[in-house]
Design a protein around this ligand. Sequence first.
Ligand code: GLN
Length: 537
Amino acid sequence: MRKKGSSKRKYIVVTGGVLSGLGKGVAAASIGNLITKAGLRVIPIKCDGYLNVDPGTMNPIVHGEVFVLDDGGEVDMDFGHYERFLGVICKFYWNLTMGKVYEAVIQKERRGDYLGRNVQLIPDVTDYIKEWFFRVADNEKADVLVIEVGGTIGDIENELYVEACRQLRNDVGKDNIIYIHLSYVPIPTNVNEQKSKPTQQSVALLRERGIQPDIIIGRCSEYLDDKIKKKISIFCNIEEKAVITGLDVDNVYKIPVVFSEEGINQIIKEKLGISSGVKPEWKKLVDNLANPEKEVTIAICGKYTKLEDSYASILEALKHCSANLRARINVKMVETTNVKNQEDAKKLLKGIDGIIVPGGFGIRGTEGKIQVIQYCRENNIPFLGLCYGLQLAVVEFARNVCGLQDANTTEVNPKTKHPVIDILPEQKKITDKGGTMRLGAYPTVMKEKTLIWELYDKQKEVSERHRHRYEVNPDYHKVLLEKGMVFSGMSPDRKLVEFIELPKHKYFVGTQAHPELKSRLEKPGPLFYGLVRACLG
Ligand code: GLN
């Protein structure tokens, strides 16, 4: 395999042990965040073991939110953390899945690239994985590549990534790479003591595979005490000061602060020669989050409410508002499947200051959402509709304001007399489900003097990310406008409605896009900011 990459470039490999869901993505993003303080270009790579080409076809209840990138790539929520913590716009090819890797290796084999010999997992697939790393690093001019290996150490499906990362040390030189292992330190209720055995065993699995960690992060509900740090140090062959607490926190933005306090910057300096740390602006916003001065309650009305991760970016966007408006935001997840009428909606929304109807697919819960939207519209309750939320707001308005009885989206009722939401023309012939929606960043031309235009700093054109198959049917634009709906933003060819609002209402706003995906701690998504501000009065 060709050796590639700049000799100054540094590599940070992050693996996880014991359990899934310990926050490896947040840990990797936090380390990257600390390094950006040095003004270095940090590029994340995420390696997933599954055979899906991307997570776009998975149910959010199984896998959490599908995150969409500017380039239209569908990736997992970890990319949301990367974008929010590193201030980069990620690209689809920064995400490796075994689906993509095998697809490419098999194509190479068919082309004849391996002519005359058998193609093997090692070295052919591992070489391909490493070449991919170097390609990303070179193309993106990365100073530091943070490689997150998905899954838990010992999982069969991630072994090839682990092996590629082991080999990487020889390719890039031992002074240019560190291995960080995120583990779990439980405190069993009956013993009430921090326990190191799961970490010992998980590091043993890592060392069996030829990787000695340089830093161990122990996820724990309290700070790791000196005794346990010492024990982990002895059993895992690591310096005591390189054992760092991965504390349970109420907001993930604290993690870089916790890692810093635990001394991670010093280890990064010693091992890689990079000066890292928490940026002062970041610290200030984290402090704001801990010291709110006001309080509001916002309900998210969706059907994937069983798993909060289904709405991960919306929850983050609200935290960004919380930090910037110094308001505690209580979020209530609300199922609408049993909301049948205005009485039900009223009961459900008791004590709630504002509503978000998020993106979604399929029939279940839609009539309930429409009831909730009607209640917000008629009772001047702040409302934000995202994608499906906009579409259902248009359905509600068509039925109850325009008098188009039975109006619907054809996603719910293909035979409706009034298909006010209909499938996009370019979607009609598509039958494949993977990666075929209207995906990624699209520009919107704004209508001046509207509330949304003001929220977007009066820009003429804005860009947000999309993920949908249906749209507001152009045949109904006229009647909606005549009855008082405002289209605050349209696609440049004026065919697609991108933003709607109702004037005279406290805050009744919808977008065909997913602005939650681009919201940042330092700059909250404008429509979320507007919603929370309206709720605060
Ligand atoms: N199901 C709707 C569509 O495909 C909305 C999608 C979404 O909310 N992301 O257009």
